[in-house]
Every structure is written in C-alpha cells, then in structure tokens.
Design a protein around this ligand. Structure first.
Ligand code: MD6
Ligand code: FE
Length: 219
C-alpha cells in the first residue's frame, strides 16, 4: 500500500495529514517531526538507565528488535511468557519515568485520533538495526481493551504490515517514515500487525537505526 492508496481523512493548514488504516486506526503523518530532537535525546536518556537488550520469546527465540522501557510498567518477555513488569529484570531497578516529551506527544496524538482520555502508563522503546523485524502479532497483554496504542516512528523508514482480526487475513504494507505516528484502537485494537526486515541506511538523527515508541495503558 502506498501513501496515495491510504484514504486521506483530513489535511490541516500546516499540511499534517491523517490517513485511515482501518476503523479505529489512523496514521498521523509527520506528527512527531517537530519534536524529534527532544524525543531522541529522551530515548538516549532512557537507554542510559535501562539499556536496549534482545529479549527471548517464550518459545526460546532471541528477538531481532532490541527493547527497553520507560513509565510505571515495562513490557518484557522470557521463557515464562510475555508480561508487564514494574522493574527491569536485567537491572532490578524501576524503569525510568516516562519523559514529559513522550507523555505529551502520546496524549496529543491520541486526542487528534479521537481518543481524548488516553493516559499511557507504559512505553516500550524498540530499536531496529538493518535486518531486524517483528513477525505478525497482536498486542493483547494490556488489561483495558478500550485504550488505544500510540506508536511513534523515528529514524530509518520501515514497512509496517497491517492485517485484520485473523492471522490469515491479508496484510497491507504501510511505509512508516521519521515522525509518523500511528494510533490504533477501537474495532482494530487487536488486529494482527508486524514490521518487515529493516533496510540499511543512515538517518541524520538516529544513525543506522529505526526507533519506535509504543505507548500503552497496561493496567
Ligand atoms: C513498530 N509496532 O512499529 C512495532 N503495535 O516497531 C507495533 O508492534 C505496534 O506500531 C501496536 C500498535 C501499533 C504498533
Ligand atoms: Fe504491536
């Protein structure tokens, strides 16, 4: 799917475009771009406390995407399963507080997408190096199904796979570029999605990486 094939919902005077991905899911193109410097500085601050690491899936596979967290709760995976934890299992310390820049961006994006009461308590920070990918999955470890997910892309571009309620549903390919924000909830909250293997490149802000911030209300 190209940008042109997505359906344009609105175009504000500043040129920010909102595209519908599915019922309840929108792409806010470039929404985070003007905040890029602060956001990336805060990613580095979070990673200085709780470093990026490759988690292991319950099935015993090392994930190609490196992850860390901030906020009251962090998403973790190991041989015992997927869950949210108030402490970093690697350091034994609480995750760093959610930076104000993250919280403000997530809540304004959610409001623009029609979710005015979204209050995230967890932010998963994903780092993709060339070749890193995320296989099709559902986000279903969160307790409150009414809360959307807000997903922010920084740095190198990636192709987001966006399917339906069943794993076998056909998937659209949505290019996500630096500054794009996807807000996802309501009827499509549990749709399957993934990310194709990252291509190589160099981005002025993030170097050889794509960074994704995924905000959730976990409890
Ligand atoms: C990523 N995102 O974009 C991974 N999940 O790197 C996700 O898995 C995701 O973008 C739920 C809603 C939006 C997302
Ligand atoms: Fe996901």
């Amino acid at each position: 799917m190209t940008r042109e094939q997505l359906s344009l919902l609105s175009l504000d005077p500043a040129g920010a475009a909102t595209y519908a991905l599915a019922e309840g899911a929108v792409l806010l193109r470039g929404f985070a771009k003007s905040k890029e410097a602060r956001l990336f500085a805060d990613v580095e601050r979070v990673a200085a406390h709780c470093p990026f690491r490759h988690l292991v899936t319950p099935g015993g596979f090392r994930m190609s995407v490196a992850m860390t967290n901030c906020g009251e709760l962090g998403w973790v995976s190991d041989e015992r399963g997927y869950r949210y934890s108030p402490v970093d299992p690697q350091t034994g310390f609480a995750w760093p507080a959610m930076p104000q820049s993250f919280f403000d961006l997530a809540t304004t994006a959610a409001r623009s997408a029609g979710y005015p009461s979204f209050v995230p308590d967890a932010c998963l920070v994903n780092r993709y190096a060339p070749g890193a990918r995320l296989t099709l999955h559902q986000d279903k470890n969160e307790r409150d199904a009414r809360a959307p997910i807000v997903s922010v892309s920084l740095g190198l571009s990636a192709v987001f796979l966006f399917g339906g309620a069943a794993r076998s549903d056909r998937t659209a390919r949505v290019p996500l570029v630096h500054g794009d924000v996807v807000v996802w909830g309501g009827p499509s909250r549990f749709f399957y999605h993934g990310v194709l293997a990252l291509e190589g490149g160099v981005h002025p802000l993030t170097g050889g990486y794509r960074i994704n911030l995924t905000f959730r209300k976990a409890v």
